[in-house]
Write a protein that binds this ligand. Sequence first.
Ligand code: NDP
Ligand code: GDR
Length: 379
Amino acid sequence: IVNGSSSNGASNGITNGTTNGTSNDACKKSALVTGADGQDGSYLCELLLGQGYTVHGLVRHHSEVTSEKPSRRSLGTAAVQYHYGDVLDPFSLIKILRASKPDEVYHLAAQSHVGLSFSTSSYTSDVDALGTLRVLEAIVALGMEKTVRFYNACSSEVFGDVRDPVQNEQTRFNPRSPYAVAKLYSYYTTVNFRDQGVFAVNGILFNHESPRRGMDFVTRKISRAVALIHHGDAMELTLGNLDSFRDWGHARDYVRGMWLMMQQDEPSDYVLATGETHSVRIFCEEAFRIIGVCLEWDGEGVDEVGVNVKTGKVLVRIDPKLARPLEVGYLLGSAQKAADRLKWKPEITFQQLVREMVMADIKALEAGSNLLAIEGPSL
Ligand code: NDP
Ligand code: GDR
């Protein structure tokens, strides 16, 4: 059971996609967010509610609440009207679009794990590439293409094996994973619909994190492990590599950028990034520093370890099984276009982000939360 309210008064806050908004909502703007209980979806729903929108969220049904994702539906988003659906199911999309009558559609739903996409490449393509096409086709099938604005969650992963030291909207695409190829399909699909007259934009977003980040992404893996080690519940953190560089921002800043893209007179594609890049190694050092541990590195390659300078204890190890068949080693974005046209700039620094994530996991553990339990194989 979640806290969302529904337009048909259903007690569990989930509608079946067959109801309309209430008459009180008539003059409010309406938004539909797919992937509404993901990291970004949860922050975006909060932002839109704050802007006075009627907010509809497309979520998948989970037969059991085995992860923290469904609990994100109650994170300050009590007024969101949730609908069960799936971007693999075009009929559910049509029903939910018809029920929610959105002015703006934020399409965030995706199999979003790059590493996992290597072992689920066909599925990832279906959800991430064709999923975008299905949402756009459903908008057109319902005759909403002149009234609905569409946001596509594209990714800096499309740049892949980069040659340019800084990536922006002009950078050549060179995707290096099934996920990135699927996102590139979604990018061009969005551009094609725009060329046919739909207000459709791509947000090419660099990595953005938060305490709501999924457990299998590297930043949350690190913050969770640091909290567990601090609490005495774990001894070591195991990672795939230490030397990937990412331009890490905070999800709260990035959903503001998504919304701004949709408020412009003309649709266009925008990069959102911080303009700073850090390695996984630096993220680890920063995170351990928050619990008063200074890390030093010893050894080479897969035998390299992170050691507590004071105690000599090994805290970080490499497991080659976690390495990806292809890696994107370095990303650094320029959000100059977003700064010029949207007046967007990130407000939360890298150091603040790391601190917020580690402290949130420590607090969750101290409150007796089991959210930090690992449910499946590590990624
Ligand atoms: P999350 O993985 O946290 O959220 C993705 C959401 O999509 C989840 O709620 C998931 O639901 C839902 N979903 C997955 N498959 C389907 C499906 N078949 N039908 C309907 N819903 C589905 O990702 P983020 O919030 O971090 O990212 C949001 C979007 O932005 C994604 O498209 C991602 O690829 C993209 N992106 C993210 C970046 C980042 O750094 N966070 C950067 C660039 C792009 P469930 O709980 O059921 O799995
Ligand atoms: P990424 O995020 O692939 O950039 O995609 P992730 O946090 O998974 O990886 C970042 C980098 O860290 C390296 N890494 C590890 N990653 C994971 N998950 N687990 C490990 O143990 C580990 N060790 C090292 C990775 O190899 C990689 O280089 C995210 C997702 O949110 C996408 O949906 C989004 O499009 C991009 O960011 C921008």
